[in-house]
Design a protein around this ligand. Structure first.
Ligand code: RIB
Ligand code: CA
Length: 346
C-alpha cells in the first residue's frame, strides 16, 4: 500500500478551514502529524478555540499547537491596512464554530518551535499544508533557515492570479501577512499554490450542501451547515469575492471581465488544498511558474503575482506550480466520501 503523505496543517479556522480539517483527518492517504494555528480569520484565541473544538468534535488525537498572535510586521504600518482581522459585513466564518466549547487544550510547545523541531528531526518527508496567513511558516524559516532543506513540499491555499477578495488586487491569506508570504515564496521549497482562481472552480452548491446534510453523519451535517453559512455570507459580503475571468476569444484582445459568481454556491477554499494532497487530479490546470508577493504597500499590497510569462527569464529556478482550474464534481464527491465517515483516522 502506498505510504501515507505526512502533513502538518497550518490553519486559521474559519469555516473553510474547519472543512479542510475534517477532510484531512478522515483521509486514509494522509498522516496528519500536527495542526498549527495562526492569527487570521480571527484573532489567535478564537482560531485556536475553533481548532480545538474541531479536534474535540471529531474525537481526534492529533496534537494542536498555538502559533503567532500577530503578523510579522505588516500591522506596524498604520496606513497600510485596517486592524486585522477584517470582519466583513456578512462574513462567512463567524467568531466561533457552532460546536461545544473545547474542554481540551493545545500542546505546550509553540507552533513555530514545533515546526522547527519536527522538520529538523524528519527525513525531509513532511508536506506543509497552509490554509491561513503564512506567519508561522515564515517565523520558523527565520528561526531555523535549515528547515528549508527539510520541507518536502508546501501546498498552500492563497493568492489570486486574476481573482481577488480582500482588496482590489489581493487574496486574504497572503494579504494578511505579506512579508511572511514573501519569505515563504522566496524559498526554493517545491510549492503548489491553490489561489482563488482554482478554489472558485470547486464550489459546493446549496443543493449539494443539502445532499451532504442528508448523509447524516455529524461531520457531513456540520460541513453542510458551514457550506450554507458560506453561501449566505458571500451573497452580500461587502468585501465581495469579486471574480474576474479572462475571456479570450481567439483573434481578439483578452478582456478582463468582472462578474459576480452564482449566488447559490460557494468555494471551500482551504478544503481544495487538502483535496489536492489526497488526489492531485482534483486540480485540472497547474502552471509551472514562480510567484512573488507585493509588499510595496498601496493598492497592490499583499498581491501574489504568478510569473506565467516567465518575466524573470530563469533568473531563479522554477519551484512553484500554480493551480488555475479544478474539477468541482470530483471535489464535491471527495467531500461526500470523506464526510460520510464517523471516526477520524487519528
Ligand atoms: O481567501 C481565502 C482564505 O482566507 C481562506 O483560507 C479563508 O479561510 C481565509 O483564511
Ligand atoms: Ca483559512
Amino acid at each position: 500500500m502506498e505510504d501515507k503523505k505526512k502533513i502538518i496543517l497550518d490553519c486559521d479556522p474559519g469555516s473553510d478551514d474547519a472543512i479542510a480539517i475534517m477532510l484531512a483527518l478522515f483521509s486514509e492517504k494522509l498522516d496528519v502529524l500536527g495542526i498549527t494555528v495562526v492569527n487570521g480569520n480571527r484573532i489567535l484565541p478564537k482560531t485556536l478555540e475553533n481548532t480545538l473544538r474541531m479536534k474535540q468534535f471529531l474525537g481526534s488525537s492529533v496534537p494542536v499547537y498555538a502559533g503567532c498572535v500577530e503578523p510579522l510586521v505588516c500591522n506596524l504600518i498604520p496606513e497600510r491596512k485596517p486592524e486585522l482581522p477584517r470582519v466583513t459585513k456578512n462574513d462567512c466564518h463567524g467568531d466561533y464554530l457552532k460546536l461545544p466549547e473545547a474542554t481540551i487544550g493545545a500542546e505546550h510547545q509553540h507552533a513555530v518551535n514545533y515546526l522547527v523541531d519536527t522538520l529538523m528531526e524528519s527525513d525531509g518527508d513532511i508536506t506543509l499544508v497552509t490554509v491561513g496567513p503564512l506567519t508561522n511558516i515564515a517565523m520558523a524559516i527565520r528561526m531555523e533557515p535549515r528547515i528549508v532543506g527539510k520541507i518536502k513540499e508546501i501546498v498552500s491555499m492563497g493568492g489570486g492570479h486574476i481573482a481577488c477578495n480582500i482588496s482590489s488586487s489581493a487574496e486574504f491569506n497572503y494579504w494578511a501577512d505579506p512579508e511572511a508570504a514573501k519569505i515563504v515564496m522566496d524559498t526554493p521549497v517545491p510549492k503548489v499554490i491553490l489561489p482563488l482562481d482554482a478554489t472558485w472552480k470547486a464550489c459546493i452548491s446549496y443543493d449539494e450542501a443539502k445532499e451532504l446534510e442528508r448523509i447524516g453523519t455529524p461531520a457531513a451535517k456540520f460541513a453542510a451547515e458551514l457550506a450554507k453559512l458560506r453561501i449566505e455570507g458571500l451573497k452580500v459580503n461587502d468585501v465581495s469575492e469579486h471574480n474576474f475571468e479572462l475571456r479570450h476569444t481567439p483573434g481578439t484582445v483578452a478582456e478582463k471581465v468582472l462578474y459576480r459568481y452564482d449566488t447559490d454556491r460557494a468555494p471551500i477554499h482551504d478544503a481544495l488544498a487538502v483535496a489536492y494532497c489526497i488526489d492531485p487530479s482534483v486540480v485540472t490546470e497547474l502552471v509551472d511558474c514562480n510567484v512573488d508577493i507585493d509588499i510595496s504597500l498601496g493598492l497592490c499590497d499583499g498581491r501574489m503575482v504568478a510569473d506565467v510569462h516567465n518575466t524573470l527569464k530563469g533568473s531563479a529556478p522554477v519551484t512553484a506550480k500554480v493551480a488555475l482550474n479544478a474539477d468541482s464534481g470530483k471535489f464535491v464527491q471527495m467531500l461526500f466520501e470523506h464526510l460520510s465517515k464517523t471516526v477520524p483516522v487519528k
